[in-house]
Design a protein around this ligand. Structure first.
Ligand code: TRP
Length: 338
């Protein structure tokens, strides 16, 4: 029943905040690269965002537009890629119910991503997690399969979710017959970016991120506050670039020559941190300029952003309706058909 040649990307983000350069290096740049080769669907996962923000629907609503603009800003071309709203593809909710029979509670509790997130979200869930949050991998499996996704470019933290989706698909197909596509995760060039404070992760809640939407002034100000070698007090003290976040970011945003000069002059105590930071801020501002400019274009055209999301959602709805027909037939839920 399924076509082995079929290829389609499905991936997306929870609209809980603006995207930052950690997202860019971790997954967004892959999306942009792949859109020329694959039919690409990017979902704005508003229902999933509610699983841990159920008491803050306003936050989710406000961030839908931000996420769409971030995706457009990095270079996703609305003529090539489809951006759509998860909550308006009703088949996703329906599939989630069907799939929930195919996954055990113990398996969800063992999912490493879910486990880590539950531990981090004590302030939301207290001692007992909701059914909805524990089950979000099931709804993510529905996101991917509703659209017949075959390739899912994601950051590393998402791998256990894709694995769980694959298990659900195999179980479904073994019980009801070959109906669903088994997707593959795609890591590609996936760099995990540390925060400005040296934290292993760049994150909104950690206050250590550079956002795609940040202005030149904000970038400069954040870079000027980045963590450097704490043992280096005076400009001519020899520094250790290996423990300096400014040097770390020079390696991402500056050319080879500059990177080498930064390191050797720092070690020799010949370059002050302030000069080094100014140079980094300049390079970062330059590198992020096209993203900032595209974002500004869309910020000034809210109707165009809305239109892109509406058109994309219509396209996704059509595909999901086709999947649902196959699924219902396979599950013998097609009473009135014959
Ligand atoms: N869980 C993803 C995140 O937190 C968002 C997401 C929802 C997703 N549905 C998806 C990613 C389907 C890939 C495929 O970023």
């Amino acid at each position: 029943m399924i076509n082995q040649e079929h290829k389609r990307i499905v991936t997306g983000d929870r609209p809980t905040g603006k995207l930052h350069i950690g997202h860019y290096f971790g997954s967004l740049q892959n999306r942009v690269k792949l859109q020329d080769e694959y039919e690409t669907f990017i979902l704005v996962a508003d229902v999933q965002a509610l699983t841990d923000n159920f008491n803050n629907p306003e936050k989710v609503k406000q961030n839908v537009r931000e996420i769409v603009m971030d995706n457009l800003a990095v270079g996703l071309d609305p003529n090539k890629s489809t951006i759509y709203l998860q909550s308006m593809v009703h088949e996703v909710a329906e599939l989630t119910v069907f799939y929930s029979n195919l996954v055990t509670i113990a398996r969800l509790q063992r999912n490493p991503t879910v486990k880590t997130e539950i531990a981090q979200k004590k302030e939301v869930f207290g001692e007992s997690v909701t059914y909805g949050f524990l089950g979000y991998p099931v709804s993510q499996a529905a996101d991917i399969t509703a659209l017949d996704g075959t390739l899912v470019p994601v950051g590393e933290d998402q791998l256990p979710l894709i694995e769980q989706c694959r298990e659900i698909v195999r179980k479904f197909n073994s019980i009801y017959g070959e109906t669903l596509y088994e997707p593959q995760a795609y890591l590609g060039e996936n760099k995990r970016i540390k925060g400005l404070d040296g934290n292993e992760k760049m994150g909104k809640s950690l206050g250590n991120a550079i956002y795609l939407a940040d202005s030149e002034e904000e970038i400069t100000q954040k870079v000027m506050n980045a963590i450097t070698d704490p043992a280096r007090i005076k400009k001519d003290d020899p520094g250790n670039p290996n423990i300096c976040m400014v040097s770390y970011y020079h390696n991402l945003f500056s050319n080879k020559e500059e990177q080498e000069a930064v390191c050797s002059e720092c070690r020799a105590g010949k370059r002050g941190c302030v000069a080094c930071k100014r140079q980094l801020a300049k390079n970062m501002i330059e590198a992020l300029r096209p993203i900032r400019q595209r974002r500004k274009y869309y910020e000034e055209r809210p109707e165009e952003v809305k239109e892109i999301l509406m058109e994309g959602t219509k396209k996704a709805q059509k595909i999901a309706a086709g999947t649902m027909e196959r699924v219902k037939e396979a599950m013998k839920l097609d009473y009135f058909k014959n």
